[in-house]
Design a protein around this ligand. Sequence first.
Ligand code: F6R
Length: 614
Amino acid sequence: MCGIVGYIGKREAAPILLNGLRRLEYRGYDSAGIAVLNGDLSVVKQKGSVENLELALQEKGDRLYGATLGIAHTRWATHGDPSDRNAHPHLNGVGDIAVIHNGIIENHMSLRLELSSHGYVFRSATDTEVLVHLIDRMWKEEPSISLEYAVRRALQHVEGAYGLCVISSREPGTLVVARKGSPLVLGLGEGEYFVASDAAPIVEHTRKVVYLGDGEMAVITEAGYMVKTVENIETEKAVTELDFDLEEIEKSGYEHFMLKEIFEQPAVMEDVMRGRVRLESGSLHLGGIKDNLEHLRKAKRIIICACGTSWHAGLIGEYLIEEFARIPVEVDYASEFRYRNPVITPEDVVIVISQSGETADTLAALREAKDKGALVMGICNVVGSTIARETHCGMYTHAGPEIGVASTKAFTAQVIVLYMVALALSQGRTLGDDEIAGYLQELSEVPAKVAQILRGNEAIQSIAESYRDARNFLYLGRGYNFPVALEGALKLKEISYIHAEGYPAAEMKHGPIALIDEDMPVIFIATHDNTYTKILSNIEEVRSRKGRVIAIASEGDEEIRSLADHVIFIPSAAGPVTPLLTVIPLQLLSYHIATLRGCNVDRPRNLAKSVTVE
Ligand code: F6R
């Protein structure tokens, strides 16, 4: 999704902005641009990578030199194709105002018509361009007002979502930013300020940040900053300390962020449990929800809302909560939930799950649930994110920054949090202390088991070589491993562009079996549990139709060796923790197939890390 960086201070703006854009590359983008103010505005923007933008900037070197104020953007096309002209920043007609924008201006068509009727000429197909002309128009109507007021007046006409930065040579030395829907973070340095759509470009300069809230603007000069609402009411903002290091957002010697993040999982899992799982006493301490635990335990129904991989974690959460706590659970796509006027009562609890904490659909589901009176709990990775702030209570996953677009460590961290929540809900109700202690013991053994699976990486890579040219894949699992089948298929399709489907294994005979032939590899998650023998029958059905079988099986299972073309063994474990193990080989398999096909695994085409538009 689009990325924003802004700088104002005493240093050269251009290198800081470019570096910031590099840190935002993980979000996914198709074009990039920069504007700096050095007397006049200088703008360079084009389709393609930040690296190409840097080359283009070198040609313009002199014009950018000396500028200490600027804004920069990576665009992910929504309105208008990825092209030089649609790249941000956008300028007004005379080129003295520059705007970058994340989000979508929903009434851009009517604004465009109106502005055109006043002689404004549009040079791009973007919704963003209306903003810069609108600011220009407001300023022309009242030339004595400041840039801040011109932006404020313009925003009164705008419907939709925005995170935006504006600079103008009419008021050099001021950076105006505003937020509604799309996140913006302000970094506070010594005599310098940074703005970005997330903290990644800021952390190397300062740890002190201010998160802008919805409907807030900041007016920033070298001398200081002021946060106000769009209605011009001054707001006191808390300064937050960033809790991650630059090293955590760098690759640490791995070829890709995705691989680094897959390999970080044992350590991340320990972090998620740290201070929460007390093995000595067999108890749980969940600070973020402790005040609401009684309310959560009394829920008549729990509804889990999320998107994509987080939704898959939610499905595992459903199985866990129903098994441990015996509370009925429904899992909804956040995008569907928000539009179908769901029946929610104050006796319901809604759990929203989001790595980024900024996903527009999940945020809207949260607001819908709150409006209808439900208690809303969040499970987020990004500290201080909008979803984390708007929920009544919640738990952070503490997985550290996830840079690879395909979610890996955030998924396993979400599942661990759900596992802990499910146990906390069952305490004093459906499970005895000994049972809880036993389940916690199982969980605590997971990181070492994951490390063991990761040691089999090379064997998984050689399996990937046999399937790099496949055009379709089927993933089948049952029980706790059905959501893992969905997740495995999603991982493969998003980074390798191979079509893949996940199904409950027993559903195969109701349709997908028609697809099986020698060109259809089928991945069976066939660990030892109560459906194991049924899965073996499904494997036989695939083999008799010449399908190729890759099985994820429990250590020591010799029977499956004779049935499958390839077997990846995982250490044995109790059913509720198996998803945390079985998903690991599937992440690695997708990663290797994608890299063997030459795909950009960290930034797959058309995808964004944080989907802040509908
Ligand atoms: C898949 C993936 C996406 C996200 C989805 C929700 O690897 O990353 O499917 O899971 O866009 O994002 P969050 O969790 O940030 O709300």
